[in-house]
Design a protein. Sequence first.
Length: 513
Amino acid sequence: MLLQNYLRHGEDRLCALRGGLDAGLSQSGDLLSWIKRSFDFVLVLATPAWTDEYLALLDPADLLLLIPPTGRDAALEAAPHIDELARHAFPKALAHVAAEDARTLAHRLEREPEMYCDNRPLTARAAREAKGRIHERLLKASPSTNALPPEKTQVLLENLIAEEPALSVSREIRGRVLTDILHDVLGLGPLETLLKDPEVSEVMVNGAQTVFVEKKGRLYPADVTFESDAHLRTVIDRIVAPIGRRVDESTPLCDARLADGSRVNIVLPPLALEGPTLTIRKFMDQRLGLEDLIRFGALIPEMGRFLVCCVQARKNILISGGTGSGKTTLLNILSGCIAPDERIVTIEDAAELKLRQPHVVRLESRPPNAEGQGAIPIRRLVINALRMRPDRIVVGECRGGEALDMLQAMNTGHDGSLTTLHANTPRDALGRLEALVLMAGINLPVRVVREQIKSAVHVIVQMARCSDGTRKVTSITELTGMEGDVLTTAELYRYRSERFEATGLVSQTVTSC
């Protein structure tokens, strides 16, 4: 009934909006929606102005009719307006030249509703087919789209979309089609939107039709999918190609990274039963510091000051925790506390650490080639780093025999080194470190291994991800020595009952802090 207040009824079943555009039609989306639902045809008469208000009227239009002044060449009068429509991403197929006046046109539309176009909505299949045609035409127009500047590629795509008859739909839908094709041509397809979302910290693709994201430590299904496994494989190849890695059925596992440092893991069939699996741990654009961790509630200022003192006192630090607990983030922050006049060598499977010191050498392991040759594991890089005159060695993660070489480095004049490993508690970290040393293939007595650990490791920092998704430093533990064959530790700080506390024990290795 409220709609009737805006309308003026005529004698021939035509209704007019009282006051025309002054009634706020261009600003009121609800009013326009009510009118569209209430009438078979809605005819908006407006002189082209190309303002935001005018374009807002055109966005939901199913048909654009250009009525030239009486006595003038219709095609000549309409041409600049059609060009202007194309410039604003409206398809040319949406515009038609009409020779009759508005009232005659309204009656004709009522008698012949399909005289210009059928107004069927754009289905997913039709959109997919239209994208395929546009993509083919784009390749014909410019076979090397990667060599074109992105802005020129976008202009070329806008022109192709404007000429696509199937995309005679709203500008919002055409904009989405343009974005999708740009992402497929220049980026990582459906993943681009997720990677640009600042709230998303991790992207998990479990096959072409299932995508999850992590936001604030919790998992949510994403509203994006891939068209097929082949589409997903194309995106995967685009990830691994720039860094010289390969992944296929013969080598179905791959660790890689994006240009911004985001960590990527790939698993292909036949190992992944539901299709290609892709996991991306996003690298944060904003570099975090200890102050940020304190503000987030990951630790308290006293713990932060103690860790900084450990780094400055050249103590060897082992950061332990589960997957996604924040180990690499803390390693990056503590590495940033190293003095700028020291030579630092970082060793990683996929380069993630971003240090700002002027004298940093970044090394990255290399997988085997197609013939199974040429692999350079982390262990070999650690051995080589000892010949590079490092002041500090930072290993992204110890997960194999390189643990023995890391201990050797810590025990031979490279104090102040840092590394991470997976473990649930500081005591478990020591046990896992023993196991990793034994994986080096050297038959050492357990007591000798523990003696090496006692001399090399000074502080263990335990990280954990809580049930609410937050990350916490749950323990800072000092390795104090050995009693018999048992390594002894002293917990200096801990997180218990949802609060941080100092245990009251005094550090034996860091005396001034």
